[in-house]
Design a protein around this ligand. Structure first.
Ligand SMILES: Cc1cc2nc3c(=O)[nH]c(=O)nc-3n(C[C@H](O)[C@H](O)[C@H](O)COP(=O)(O)O)c2cc1C
Ligand code: SF4
Length: 518
């Protein structure tokens, strides 16, 4: 019987030489007459161990990593096909502490299967949610999603069921499901990992959304920087259509649902839902004023569900296991799990799916293993480039939407970027303003002009010019941006800027009391 060897096909592993490793294993096995079957799986999410090679044994899958092509001969010499010990061996993958403590619902299959194998998908619970949805009325599907407590994972955490209900209630000949796969936030990669590692769960979620609101066409708006995800999604959509899960009479529901992938051209603002819709319509990505909401007047002026990849990929398990199952995870009004993405200066970077409610400290130290540099972690930016910098004194705050909002921060898409005590927080604040200026769509003045003036004011503070006056000016400018910007790009840039100033005044050359006044 052949031995199954798993070598990830995820971008992270590919960037670290996974293709060469797979070839080296195939060549070595052929030379030794060993009977092996190489499966290209998604990533298990332990980025520091990539390429993580797993060997299937009678006890389970044994992990070896990070494996380079030059290690392969030695691995064979050490009988890794039998799961024997080697310096790169980590034992059973499921027992690696980073992995063992996770609660994988959305990522349940990622890393276990060949992403494009329909049999693997079905064998591990795939299509159960769609099958259940196909037997329900549209209103009952929306009710399940509402009762699950699912909130949008793209950043704003808006209740998904309420959005779907608005689209369901809208009268129109054509409605759309748009998946926001722009994933522009710094330090985030969960959307990519899922699309590369388990594309059918996204397809299934979108098909369920189509049944729920009466939409017959879906689009995945994907950032062009994700070529592997693009290839995988295209192939998966083709296979799902051929197998009857998409198209006319999708999954024998008697209803039609078609799906296409569209590539963006690389602008942060095209992740904002209305700019995304403009871009999808072939125009420049400029934010639209709301109202009208996209739910009522979205793509081509028609009622449209716009949801993040994680939101849509969470729906199949909700439909398969019921709203109560999902709702029981989490805390407060943050139900379910969130795939947190650990990045920056950490020993163990990667993806940790956990129920809401664990603390940042647990993520940074129990999972992340502390800083990679070995120095104290000083600040963490949570929720992408518009997220606040969280100081060490707040690391014990539970990660749920309300607790983070209460301290002027946000969970957002779950990106966690850690910095050690060598970070210059004034430079980080300046970077936030500069980023805002570079990525502004230009439609409104507080953001277009304010971000450029803001960069200049921070420069003056750093240079020591009239610090008290310039700090007050920066605060006033941030007030204007918060209150007067048309969208959260300009409206939330003050979060990283002011949190840096508030928590790390010394980096701006000002005393603590001056920063409080600010
Ligand atoms: C500047 C900006 C960038 C955004 N980028 C993304 C993104 O890359 N991906 C995403 O899903 N949502 C992004 N959003 C949020 C979307 O506007 C929208 O709230 C989301 O797609 C709705 O889906 P959800 O309810 O499932 O979260 C961004 C918002 C802003 C203001
Ligand atoms: S805040 Fe910035 S990105 Fe948003 S609409 Fe205004 S100019 Fe455009």
């Amino acid at each position: 019987m052949s031995t199954k060897i798993f070598v990830p096909i995820d971008s992270t592993a590919l960037a670290l030489g996974a293709d060469k490793v797979a070839k080296a294993i195939a060549d070595e096995a052929a030379q030794r007459g060993a009977d092996v079957q190489i499966v290209r799986n998604g990533s298990r999410g332990m980025a520091w161990l990539e390429p993580l090679v797993e060997v299937e044994t009678e006890h389970g899958r044994i992990a070896y990593g990070p494996v380079r092509a030059k290690d392969v001969t030695e691995l064979f010499d050490h009988d890794f096909l039998q799961g024997k010990h080697h310096r790169l061996c980590h034992g059973l993958t499921e027992h690696i502490p980073f992995f063992a403590g996770q609660e994988r619902l959305t990522f349940a299959r990622v890393g276990l299967t060949d992403p494009l194998c329909l049999d693997d998908y079905a064998a591990r619970g795939g299509w159960e949610g769609l099958n259940r949805a196909a037997a329900l009325s549209a209103a009952d599907i929306v009710k399940q999603v509402t009762d699950s407590g699912l909130r949008g994972r793209g950043g704003a955490a808006f209740p998904t069921g309420i959005k779907w209900n608005t689209v369901l209630g809208a009268q129109a000949a054509q409605k759309y499901i748009v998946c926001n796969a722009d994933e522009g936030d710094s330090g985030t990669f969960s959307d990519r990992m899922l699309m590369e590692g388990d594309p059918y769960v996204l397809i299934e979620g979108m098909a369920i959304a189509g049944l729920a609101v009466g939409a017959t066409q879906g689009y995945i708006y994907l950032r062009s920087e994700y070529p592997h995800a693009f290839k995988t999604l295209k192939a998966a959509i083709g296979k799902a259509r051929a197998a009857g899960f998409l198209g006319r009479d999708a999954d024998h529901s008697g209803r039609n649902f078609e799906l296409e992938v569209r590539l963006g051209a690389g602008a942060y603002i095209c992740g904002e839902e209305t700019a995304l819709l403009e871009s999808l319509e072939g125009k420049r990505g400029v934010v639209r004023a709301k109202p009208p909401l996209p739910a009522l007047k979205g793509l081509f002026g028609q009622p449209t569900v716009v949801n993040n990849v994680m939101t849509l990929a969470s729906v199949p398990i909700i439909m398969a296991k019921g709203a109560a199952f999902y709702r029981d995870y989490g805390m407060g009004r943050s139900h379910g799990t969130l795939p947190f993405q650990l990045a920056g200066n950490l020993r163990h970077t990667g993806l940790v799916e956990k129920a809401f409610g664990l603390t940042l400290r647990e993520l940074l130290y129990d999972y992340g293993g502390g800083s990679a540099s070995g120095r104290p972690i000083r600040a963490v930016q949570v929720g992408g480039p518009l997220g606040a910098y969280v100081p060490e004194s707040q690391f014990d705050t539970p990660l749920d939407y309300e607790s983070f909002a209460a301290m002027g921060a946000m969970v957002g898409h779950g990106g966690i970027v850690a910095f050690d005590d060598m970070v210059d927080m004034a430079a980080q604040a300046r970077y936030a303003m500069e980023f805002c200026a570079a990525e502004s769509c230009g439609k409104c003045t507080p953001c277009r002009i304010g971000s450029t003036r803001g960069t200049e004011v921070i420069d003056r503070i750093i240079a020591g010019e009239e610090r008290p006056r310039n700090v007050a000016l920066l605060k006033s400018l941030c007030d204007t941006m918060t209150a007067g910007s048309l969208c959260a790009h300009g409206g939330m840039t003050p979060f990283p800027v002011l949190s840096a100033l508030r928590h790390f005044p010394g980096d701006f050359g000002i005393a603590d009391t001056d920063s409080q006044a600010a």
